[in-house]
Design a protein around this ligand. Sequence first.
Ligand SMILES: Cc1cc2nc3c(=O)[nH]c(=O)nc-3n(C[C@H](O)[C@H](O)[C@H](O)COP(=O)(O)OP(=O)(O)OC[C@H]3O[C@@H](n4cnc5c(N)ncnc54)[C@H](O)[C@@H]3O)c2cc1C
Length: 339
Amino acid sequence: MITLHEHAGLAALNTFGLPGTARWLAEVDGAVDIAQLARDPRFAGLPRIMLGGGSNLVLSGGEVEALVIRLRAGAWHEALRDGNRVRIVADAGLAWHALVTECVAAGLGGIENLALIPGTVGAAPVQNIGAYGVELESVLHAVDTVDLHSGETRTLSRTECRFGYRDSVFKHEASNLAITTVHLDLATDAPLALDYRDLREELAARGNPPATRQLVYDMVCAIRRRKLPDPAQIGNAGSFFKNPLVSAQQFAQLRERFPDVVGYPQAGGDVKVAAGWLIDRAGWKGHRAGAVGVHDSQALVLVNRGGARGEEVLGLAARIVDDVRARYGITLEMEPRVL
Ligand SMILES: Cc1cc2nc3c(=O)[nH]c(=O)nc-3n(C[C@H](O)[C@H](O)[C@H](O)COP(=O)(O)OP(=O)(O)OC[C@H]3O[C@@H](n4cnc5c(N)ncnc54)[C@H](O)[C@@H]3O)c2cc1C
């Protein structure tokens, strides 16, 4: 069923809590409804935008001149079982964390490190969500999509999704596709990913008990609750900037000037620099500028301290980008999408 709202308020539909409206907001059940909207002459010429949990968005203010489409929550099921390997199929409107919780409870492994990431299943492939040493691409088998303009359906394989660091084809050539279902390859014996420093420290703090999937899930949830601001308490969109990639040579030069700079060497030889360190070291942590600011303990998280507008968030982000560029010669890239 399609439910349509005209000039619909979006403030309650984005975790930053920023004001804004959509020219049209449609709530739908799945691919058939989206295909129907795609062909509806009332929306001819209007851009179409998928909205999930609104946890990776900045509304720049005013009305979004588009048809904004939200999938209602869905379900998941086991589609194939071959020994220990289990393929599941999940509806895009389902909350990502609910899927992780239910898979862990069902003994299915591979996504426990991605617990408590806000948002929906359908948005997870868009930015190849990642946390605590695991990225979605490591378990994604395929996604079913529907074209937001033609209504045609198409299934994309993992290779066709062209995943990168917080990146996929859905941010580029395939931004006209709505993801309607996601197929994941999980396993009852998937190895536990415990390499990430925070997890090792948490395990040690708990007295190094034998690691189980449920324990990894519990530790990820505990660390995230302790470290990350809850959007229900203070509006935010998680990490506001991506960790920039620099060459090994550029990183070596940076380290000469800042011996404590934090970087993670990558397979190709480049180094991923911790954007949070760059911003923190530049003195922005806890910064306040009217209704917006930088979180008091997470330099990578911009926050709405109450009543902020999108343009204030973007203004603060631009000042941080300029300052970081001037200090380190590195240009930060925003992670959330601006509408
Ligand atoms: C407190 C907090 C912590 C976070 N931690 C992490 C983290 O650890 N790791 C991480 O990777 N991210 C993190 N995020 C970012 C965010 O949770 C993820 O990017 C999430 O996948 C966004 O899901 P969403 O449903 O809210 O998407 P939205 O914000 O609604 O949309 C994001 C983008 O996806 C598109 N989109 C949404 N649904 C669909 C669909 N069905 N088909 C096609 N396109 C779609 C939208 O058009 C938009 O471009 C965090 C955010 C917050 C607020």
